[in-house]
Write a new protein. Sequence first.
Lengths: 372, 601
Amino acid sequence: MAPREYGIYIHIPFCRQRCDYCAFVTSTEHDDLIDRYVDACVAQLLRERRESDGIPATVFFGGGTPSRLSGDQVRRIVDACGAEATSEVTLECNPEDLTALTVHEFAAAGINRLSIGVQSTQPNVLKSLGRRSPENVLEGIEQALHASDLRSWNLDLIYGAAGESDADFAATVESVLAMAVRPPHLSAYGLSVEPGTPIARDPLRHPNEDHQADRYEWLDSRLVRAGYRFEEISSWSLPGHECRHNNLYWSGGDYLAIGTAAHGHRDGRRYWNTASIERYITAIETGASPVAGEETLTSDERWFESATLALRTARGVPWEWLDHAGLRALESRGPFVVHRGGRAVLTVQGRLFANRVAQFLRPFVRDGSCSL
Amino acid sequence: MASTPARIDQSRIRNFSIIAHIDHGKSTLSDRILELTGAVDARLMRAQYLDSMDIERERGITIKAQNVRVNFRDHILHLIDTPGHVDFGYEVSRSLAACEGAVLLVDASQGIQAQTLANCYQALENNLEIIAVLNKIDLPAADPERCAAEIEQVLGLAAEDVLHISAKTGEGVPELLQAIIDRFPAPTGDPDAPLQALIFDSAYDQYRGVVSSLRIVTGTLDSTAKLRFLQARQDHEIEEVGIRTPDMVPVKSLGPGEVGYLIAGIKDVRAARSGETVTTAIHPAESPLDGYLDPKPMVFCGIYPIDGDDLPVLRDSLDKLKLNDASVTFEPESSHALGFGFRCGFLGLLHMEIVRERLEREFNLAVIATAPSVSYRAYLTDGSLLSVDNPTELPDPSRLDRIDEPMLKITILSPAEFTGTIMELCQARRAELQRMDYLSPTRVEMAYTIPMAEVVLDFFDALKSRTKGYASLDYEQTGYVTSNLVRVDILINGESVDAFSTIVHRSQAEFYGRRMAERLKELIPRQMFDVPIQAAIGGRVISRETVKAKRKDVLAKCYGGDITRKRKLLEKQKEGKKKMKSIGRVEVPQEAFVAALRLED
């Protein structure tokens, strides 16, 4: 039997500066640990990847700020992953870290996809998010990518920051769509208030739900008009540029968790590594397990989880899995789902209320085979 | 086991109570008296020895009447500690009825206060001797001359007879005790007449049942006698008779003028209320003592457990509470918004607060109380009369002929500088000035009639804050008058929410309705559709707000690390829906109702 397709997630928890909305495990004070950390990731990979696993379908460097690693450090990890040219190997990066040289080095290290955290082009919005605002950020990206043969890349945007106007958001989106080479993939997230973050402590910086909904509706129609296709609630792509790694998440696929605070999944068992950088390194160096927690899903939980994840994507769920009468009673601005090839796919309104729609999944109709 | 001599010489007995405003030092003086007479070893002394409930000690108030027998210079002194708050006015009157004298204790820096004055008048009406005492003379702010002059002006007690003490340091306390012996009369009562004993307090003890405090008026209470309670029309066997020193010491008998305690196998304080006359079953007295009253609750509210599963615990706790506090009434009621609970009646606002606090503290219950209401009289067009203490029971306006509301006569004592602000407050609360007197150039006494409903909400607090705490208030009920009253209902998406219905004067209906609608707009989470919140009188809407429809739920990205969190969130939401109260199609978390009512406080 052919091995199941799987991915590898590598968490790089180092940042130059922490953004005010970020709740990921990152540190601005442990740069001296980067070398040992990379060694630990490599060691963990060598220890946990099984011969039988074969070549990973995807590798994803998330953070934190993975672009803080040198090309050489990235290469050592990619090599330990056993990634090949057929693998999608993505690295998240800050626009400031991108130059023609770094892009060349990352490409040489085996990276074939970049995910660039621009968030906004508007200085007032970036300030509200607690981010620095580099000059002419999109031009910088164009120049850095110009000489590379990187085929696929993504831009991250955030909307709904306090102080952001509809015009601010439109300006960001229009300037992205006007780039000499348009990003083949776009992610746009509604700013969410995560507990413990500086934004959470400052109610004046909390997003306005109505503004976010307005911007989401506008963004989806604007991107569709520009030729992008809805992939998942917060992702759009040009044909052929879907993110394979993310789709692995959304289809209940397996992925290894490498690095501190990384989450992994294998066949219904979800687990996560210690959130302390030091404890992670020590665990790996002493041969101990870095896993801090895990859960094994029941078949009901697995079904509910895959259904809710699939519901968020363009694939949708089998039509009869939803209680349509219940849903219709709540629709006030148009239908939540459309019927497409026997499946229910969320409309824009449905995506705005994906959590609510998920409450109408009917477990009693499943046949046990999880035929998503 | 009994140890006291059979008969005590009445001429050596003095029965007295201390009348004082809160914080004027009554408990400290009681403590000092216990210490000075050796009743309580100074080393074992804890502050406020007589206040046995935690709440009493914390708030510095006395809720239950207590008594203690001490010996001083060959005399027996019975100190009968009375409740200090106007809510417990009836208990005060019964305590005073057990005394021949009263010590009027006044803080020398603050002067006499309204309730003290009221209690003092009551003592004078009962023909009690009064000794006026200025306390806290050691404080720099003390102004004994002014206070003594005021006492003379108001009560006609000669300024030169006013004693000066410091209950804190003990200065002047022996002189006070000697004055009690010299100036208060000894009790007189025929020891051989049929027994008449006055119960002036009863408390429930979980091991011994009801323990009553009583004063022998005539006759002799023998521990072997069979007793008859004249008002309750019940006979009881005595289990124990004794005195408090303050430890409980059993005795064989109590003679006229003596104060002690009685345990007679009674399980419920309602059977041994304050004011009850006790006699013997064999030679009963012909008539009971004067002044028995069955105190009626004046303030009502719904009390609901925050967790519906606590309903049986709440019922049980109210039952237990009632064992000790005959004046609380309760009966089951249900509210759509709050579930099942009880309609409770109280003597006043403080009483209500104390009960709520005891439920939370002593019984470890989380409860929510609806806005307090008074008891209205609704006259219907068919000629019938309905007593309404729960706004939801008020019939539709079309069936109403008129509504009468209970009135109070209030007396306010305050430094003269606050006269203007007090008048303003009273006018805003529909009060009418009856009388205004200057007790001294700097102190004023104002008498108003005011609807009780205006007082039960937050009148005390408003008065206190406007007068920096210097004004004091006393009240008495003066009957009912017809008033332009309406019930304001709050409707969420067209459905009336009973917990928020209230009866108010027509002139205040808009204000209440607008404020409640605005508040609920903030508290009710957005739904999938617009939710109107309306305040209405009968079918007529007087105020409207809208909770706009929700536009989205979560638009954050779903990373690999979010999947577990996301699933748990969705599972929780499913659970959470079950805990919501449904008002029609609108789902409202119980907390929102609770918060709206809390803010009402």
